[in-house]
Design a binder for this molecule. Sequence first.
Ligand code: 6PG
Length: 246
Amino acid sequence: MSARSVTVLPDPDALADRAADHFIELAVAAIAARDSAAVALAGGSTPRAMNARLAAPPRRDQLDWTKVRFFFGDERCVPPDHADSNYRMTRETLFAPLGIPDSNVARIRGEDAPQAAASAYDALLESALGAPPIFDIVYLGMGPDGHTASLFPGTIATLASRRYAVANFVPKFNSFRITLTPQVLNAARHVTITAAGAEKADALAAVLNGPRDPDRYPAQLVAPANGELHWFVDAAAAAQLNLPVS
Ligand code: 6PG
């Protein structure tokens, strides 16, 4: 049964601090239990602040980073050095400052044809983490439209849900994105979704408290079957939730 928690932090900096501490806590526990931690990282802009905290003292010294295997929740269909690449953002803010070797990073090949990139990542996930692939932690963000990873409104019905990674055409961008499917998100031991900013308040209230409508609000699809779902949000995003600020 899925357990869900929602933690409201005063501001984006406090959210990044809390999310970074939670990362360390979960990764340390995974390594203690299984001698490794398989983590899928989010893209976009919110993860930058958490990544910076993980890559700096004291947190950088609180974990055996050699035991962490890094994956991605989604990727844009661009080369790895493109300004829009989630890999590039993560390399700059986390992998490079921590000296993470490429061998510990499963990059989605955004430079390849979308279907080929999705198929290759799908096979890699199964080979690395089983069928279905089980992550210790999946990090996600949420857009103002209620999307998460690259599961966008109006694109859910056509997902190849039996697969672990797919190429999803996103009309609003007129482009494909490679994304984990709900099957993988919901097989994870822990899923952490972060959301900050007033522009996300409407979607957050709809996702958490509104009627179930996952094709309109894909973040509602995230409900780990035997894992824990942790929302970390700031007060601006939580304006309609009537929850205490931590
Ligand atoms: C991406 C992310 C996407 C992101 C949300 C929130 O590739 O952009 O996977 O799902 O998490 O759009 O983005 P921000 O953190 O920039 O608000």
